[in-house]
Design a protein around this ligand. Structure first.
Ligand code: ATP
Ligand code: MG
Length: 463
């Protein structure tokens, strides 16, 4: 079963485009989240640092005590809609809490650390807090001492800020992806339209139509397909044409002898003389023999037509083929006063089909029997000429005039002066079979007496 993606070009393209886009979207969402988070932390740290500075600036030494007067503004910074909790704590140099909330531990600052705020995450009671710790020098009569100030805040407002930043990026990107998906879908649908139209055109055409399809109405990528389809149409057209002509010729060929047969039988029925009836029956018998021959020739031609599409070529020895045909036809040749001579010394291997090659040689011998006349000699030879396997059949009969020779290989074509029975298909079969095996037929030495015909076939490359 084909996979789902194989069934739909549209789906396939969507997957190819959508997959990478989805990956990029995920990466980009992650990036924008971390950016938003960094930005929110930065803002919160700034607020914490500002608040710690405000508290630190109000720390004084008075009457033997270090005092921290925390200004309200230092904590008002944290008043947000998110109901965050904020806490601060001030520690004397010994680490005792002198102002603020117990429970907010300062970040441990090494004595040699550079001055300035240090950020850290901590717990205040049950709340997680982001906090800042800084040192503030205070002048006392005994010298300068270091006081520690810590300010922390819960992260609700910070989280809300991250979400707000991030949601906005997400919405923008989602809109972008949606727009891309819609335009891809619409684009693909539009681009597939010529293909759909072509499909409809193929489906709706009448069964005998072999008109080519318009190539210019489809995209460049589809043109090879349409051209190939048109090539196929052209070949199909030629094939249908041949078949039609063949059928026309065959019907015509059968109609005449059938009409004659009917007349002959009519004559026999009306006649009361047994001698007359017997004479007519003899004619009927001859007519039937001729019709049988015609039917066989037509069937052979039909088979050649059929096999032409996909010929199964094998190695065949021409000498063996000639020998078989001579053996088969010798008695008939003798009956008709024709002397058959076989002149083939070496085997000649060609590529073809043994049955059809026998068929063409039999046709050539049959021609010699019918058209060369009594007392003639027909010589069959097989050899290699100009790198091809050659069958040559030469007889000492009357031969054929030039005008007749020109159209010899056309279907149903027969010599003008030919009196012998025949259909005019024999040499057509010979030519078509030769062509099917990659060879051809010639009439060599036209000026030589008698009738000479050669069939040339490609040699078997392995022989
Ligand atoms: N050996 C030959 N000598 C003289 N004429 C020939 C010879 N062979 C063929 N021809 C001429 O060529 C014509 C075409 O031959 P082809 O074999 O195609 O048809 P056919 O012999 O008339 O009928 P069939 O289909 O029964 O073979 C013949 O009618 C004949 O006029
Ligand atoms: Mg013939």
């Amino acid at each position: 079963m084909p996979s789902l993606a194989r069934q739909s070009l549209r789906l396939n393209l969507m997957l190819w485009l959508g997959g990478p886009v989805a990956l990029i979207l995920v990466a980009s969402l992650w990036l924008s989240y971390s950016r938003a988070s960094r930005l929110a932390t930065l803002i919160q740290t700034r607020n914490l640092t500002a608040s710690a500075r405000m508290i630190a600036e109000q720390i004084r030494y008075r009457e033997g005590l270090i005092e921290a007067n925390v200004p309200p503004a230092a904590l008002e910074i944290f008043a947000t809609d998110a109901h965050d909790e904020a806490a601060y704590a001030v520690f004397d140099p010994k680490g005792n809490l002198i102002a603020g909330f117990p429970g907010l531990d300062p970040a441990p600052i090494p004595p040699d650390a550079p001055p300035g705020p240090v950020t850290y995450d901590t717990m205040f009671r049950t709340e997680a807090m982001h906090a800042v710790t800084m040192r503030q020098p205070v002048i006392t009569p005994d010298g300068t001492v270091q006081v520690t100030v810590s300010v922390g805040e819960t992260g609700y407002a910070r989280g809300a800020l991250v979400r707000a930043f991030w949601m906005r990026g997400f919405a923008e990107q989602a809109a972008l992806v949606l727009a891309a998906a819609i335009s891809i879908w619409v684009g693909i649908s539009r681009e597939l339209r010529p293909l759909t139209r072509l499909g409809r055109a193929v489906r709706d055409r009448p069964p005998n139509s072999v008109e080519p399809f318009e190539v210019d109405t489809v995209q460049a990528e589809l043109r090879p397909l349409v051209s190939a389809l048109n090539d196929h149409m052209a070949r199909l057209g030629a094939y249908l044409d041949r078949q039609r002509r063949f059928l026309d010729g065959a019907a015509h060929q059968m109609r005449t002898p059938l009409a004659i047969l009917k007349t002959q039988i009519g004559v026999a029925r009306r006649s009361d003389s047994p001698e007359r009836v017997s004479a007519v029956l003899e004619k009927v018998d001859a007519s039937l023999t001729a019709m049988t021959r015609t039917t066989n020739q037509l069937l052979t031609l039909g088979r050649v037509e059929h096999e032409r599409a996909l010929p199964a070529l094998r190695r065949v020895d021409l000498r063996a083929v000639l020998r078989d045909v001579v053996e088969e036809t010798a008695p008939r040749a003798l009956d008709h006063g024709l002397d058959l001579v076989l002149d083939a010394e070496v085997p000649v291997f060609v590529r073809g089909n043994r049955v059809l090659l026998r068929e063409i040689v039999a046709n050539l011998v049959e021609n010699a029997i019918r058209h060369a006349g009594r007392g003639a000699v027909a010589t069959l030879s097989a050899d290699v000429a100009d790198g091809m396997g050659r069958i040559l059949v030469a007889d000492t009969g009357p031969g054929l005039a030039a005008p007749d020779r020109a159209r010899l290989f056309q279907r149903f074509a027969r010599g003008k002066g030919t009196r012998a029975e025949g259909t005019g298909l024999g040499l057509t079969i010979v030519a078509e079979v030769a062509e099917m095996f990659g060879g051809f037929v010639t009439l060599p030495d036209p000026d030589a007496p008698g009738f000479r015909i050669a069939v040339l076939l490609p040699l078997d490359p392995e022989a």
